[in-house]
Design a protein around this ligand. Structure first.
Ligand SMILES: *[C@@H]1O[C@H](CO)[C@@H](O)[C@H](O)[C@H]1NC(C)=O
Ligand SMILES: *[C@@H]1O[C@H](CO)[C@@H](O)[C@H](O)[C@H]1NC(C)=O
Length: 459
């Protein structure tokens, strides 16, 4: 069909859905295949829904106009926000409406971050990374920094403190004893109120269950001071745990002082002797490390693949059971991607946010960041990995480990209600206040709109 005819058809379809009041060109709605296609998928590549149109707003007024239109149109249509499409399960998608492309006003010049800590927002034009992972925003064009989503990836740091530090000492140490590993991680996060010189600036960790990774993991970690070969660690057992920590410093800092601070902190830890790997790099390079990894994966064609990720918060009291059942059990020895693990203090999370955390002062993030491959190896297939995710969730349920999903994905409202627990009445109240027709962020599948009738009748 001629492109022109297609465009006319698309506009007709829009007019039917939206009602006759809308002139699509008024709003800069895109219906060309390129825009529709890119708004139809996300990083997860697990689901696909094509919207009717994509809005590339030039201002918040455009978005307000669209939302108003959606509300006023007799049949209603969905409006979903999409940043860079980093969601996993189609949270930014809709088949019944318009996707608002939030990743920027389309200018090529970078806009300075607009951050207000006092008013608790980051302007989404700038920090759109991960926005689509958020649950329905309560305030449309701006979002509260309620769950500091960016911390694991260093993005929040990037916004908040990019001028403050110049260098980073980046350290990795290994454990074969899980209790020793968690003990040390918990000790390190307990230091958060100590003076700068007496704590690390970043604490993460990961699990190495994969033979291949044990021999490979250092390839992404340039380490001039590498003292040993991993194979000579004699760790015993198949599973290793890596603690990853950093110390930030200023250019002018006395290197000896940094060495001493690091040494004093490390002396309290019980990692496998001689399993320390360390490197120094510019602070900005450290913040950008995930992007570096992305480029590497892209160059190997390993980026545009399905990502059945699973992010769990595990209560501290049950993390040993989780280790036995999952890391040393269900996962076997092929994991197809990094497994992050680190503890967090519950009191650092804002209870007013829509994130749900376990009911303990300390809980762990366990992030299985997996990529499915279609290379003939059964353990790497999407089916195998998705089944494994289900097994992990079932294991937790049967063992009564009260995990909470982070960036959760559920398909029924009953599951969402269980997920939110005590927070459900508040979530529901706010939805009724800000989005009573359930037309925003329908890809989250928390509330089901019923276009064409009274949305509340579906209750
Ligand atoms: C593992 O570490 C814990 C706590 O640090 C310790 O009590 C235990 O004896 C260690 N187990 C082994 C096998 O070394
Ligand atoms: C791990 O891999 C080896 C082959 O590399 C295999 O023989 C073994 O059964 C695997 N172990 C588990 C727990 O899957």
């Amino acid at each position: 069909m001629a492109p022109k005819l297609l465009l006319v058809l698309a506009i007709c379809r829009l007019i039917i859905i939206v009602g006759l009041t809308l002139n699509p060109t008024d709003l800069n709605l895109n219906t060309d295949q390129h825009h529709l296609e890119s708004a139809s998928t996300d990083f997860g590549k697990l689901t696909r829904s094509e919207p009717i149109a994509v809005l590339n707003p030039t201002s918040t007024a455009d978005i307000a106009k669209l939302v108003k239109l959606a509300y006023e149109s007799p049949r209603g249509f969905a409006v979903s926000a999409r940043g860079h499409g980093h969601s996993i399960n189609g949270q930014s998608q809709t088949a019944n409406g318009v996707v608002v492309q939030m990743s920027g006003p389309g200018t090529t010049t970078p806009v300075a971050p607009l951050v207000s800590e006092k008013l608790m927002y980051v302007d989404v034009w700038v920090v759109s990374f991960g926005l689509t992972c958020f649950e329905p925003p309560l305030v449309w064009a701006r979002t509260q920094i309620v769950d500091r989503l960016f911390i694991p990836f260093g993005w929040w740091d990037a916004v908040e403190r990019r001028d403050q530090w110049s260098g980073v000492r980046w350290i990795r140490v290994l454990y074969s004893n899980f209790s020793a590993f968690t003990h040390d991680q918990e000790y390190l996060i307990s230091l958060h109120d100590q003076p700068q010189s007496q704590k690390f600036d970043y604490i993460e960790g990961f699990v190495i269950v994969d033979e291949g990774l044990i021999n490979n993991w250092r390839s992404s970690f340039f380490s001039p001071n590498n003292p040993v070969k991993i194979t000579s660690l004699g760790a015993g057992g198949n599973v290793l745990y890596c603690l990853e920590i950093t110390k930030n410093y200023h250019q002018r800092a006395n290197v000896e002082a940094i060495d001493q601070e690091v040494e004093a902190l490390l002396s309290k830890l019980n990692y496998i002797p001689a399993s320390m790997f360390t490197t120094d790099l510019p602070y900005v390079d450290f913040l950008d490390r995930v992007h570096t990894a992305e480029l590497k994966l892209r160059s190997k064609g390993l980026w545009e693949v399905p990502h059945p990720w699973l992010n769990l918060f595990v209560p501290k009291s049950r993390i040993d059971d989780f280790d036995k059942g999952v890391f040393k059990g269900i996962l076997g020895n092929k994991t197809s991607g990094p497994i992050l693990i680190y503890p967090m203090n519950k009191n650092k999370w804002d209870e007013k946010s829509s994130v749900v955390t376990p009911n303990e002062d300390v809980f762990y993030l366990v992030a299985l960041l997996r990529s499915a491959l279609d290379n003939g190896e059964e353990t790497l297939t999407l089916k195998h990995l998705s089944d494994e995710n289900s097994k992990i969730l079932n294991f937790c349920k049967e063992s009564k480990i009260e995990v909470k999903q982070y960036l959760p994905h559920y398909t029924t409202q009953k599951e969402w209600m269980e997920h939110y627990g005590d927070k459900w009445p508040q979530i529901y109240r706010r939805k009724m206040e800000f989005d009573p027709r359930y037309i925003l962020a329908t890809g989250q599948r928390i509330f089901n709109p019923s276009f064409g009738s009274d949305p509340r009748s579906s209750w």
